[in-house]
Design a protein around this ligand. Structure first.
Ligand code: CTP
Ligand code: CA
Length: 217
């Protein structure tokens, strides 16, 4: 079968992947989220496993089935849950791939009861979440490889390069969110300190390209 054809280029490695959106609760029946489907992260986790890595997937809410034979699958809901799980796990992983579309803001107060409508205008106060990738960039060992994603709608390469530096990541995969979010296809730039490589095709193909490029470096 197909998965046996993948070269085991990642055996003896441990790979941690995050995927999907997060949900930030407003009240018991409402939340703030985004259009991330989780597909890219699930493809990366699948290919990582096929390449022989011990693979852990930490996922926000998606409609996807966890890849077969994955070593650990951890479901999370909020940005804070994802932060906690990643921080608990990352030290013994060689490669950490942050595909997740983590919410940047969360409601400052989570109402325990349903918020009833009253005035014509309603302002919801939000506060910043923790930047998981940035913290990984600060804490990583020199032999760990950290890969971030960048969802952009404009100036894709430029913003990607800025994130590579500000987050101290080894790679940023920068993509056009308008084209890629929710789709089965991906068109992205793999950005490292010394080069920019364009990747295009199905998310499965792009997942292979990402892992292959990283291994060969
Ligand atoms: N990320 C994270 N924690 C957050 C927000 C983002 O770890 N609270 C990670 C994402 O998983 C992704 C990378 O940071 O790998 C870039 O996410 P992106 O939303 O593109 O960038 P931000 O730094 O949040 O900046 P902005 O949304 O303002 O462009
Ligand atoms: Ca963001």
């Amino acid at each position: 079968i197909y998965y046996m054809l993948e070269e085991k280029k990642l055996s003896s490695k441990k790979v941690l992947v995050t995927a999907g959106p997060t949900r930030e609760e407003i009240d018991p029946i409402r939340y703030i989220s985004n259009y991330s489907s989780g597909k890219m992260g699930y493809e990366i986790a699948k290919i990582s496993k096929r390449m022989g890595a011990y693979t852990t997937l930490i996922s926000g809410p998606t409609n996807l089935t966890p890849p077969y034979f994955i070593d650990e699958f951890i479901k999370v809901k909020t940005a804070y849950d994802m932060y906690t799980q990643v921080m608990n796990k990352f030290t013994d992983y060689d490669i950490i791939i942050m595909t997740a579309a983590v919410a940047d803001y969360t409601p400052k107060v989570k109402s325990k009861e349903k918020i009833k409508k009253s005035k014509n205008n309603f302002a919801l106060e939000l506060e910043r979440t923790k930047d998981i990738l940035k913290e990984l960039g600060r804490k990583k060992r020199s032999n760990q490889i950290i890969i971030g994603f960048a969802a952009e709608t404009n100036n894709i390469i430029e913003y990607g390069k800025q994130k590579l530096i500000s987050k101290n990541a080894d790679y940023i995969i920068a993509n056009d969110a308008n084209k890629v979010m929710g789709s089965d296809f991906s068109s992205a730039f793999l950005i490292s300190k010394d080069k920019v490589i364009q990747l295009e095709g199905s998310k499965e193909k792009v997942a292979k390209d990402i892992l292959t490029n990283i291994i060969n470096n």
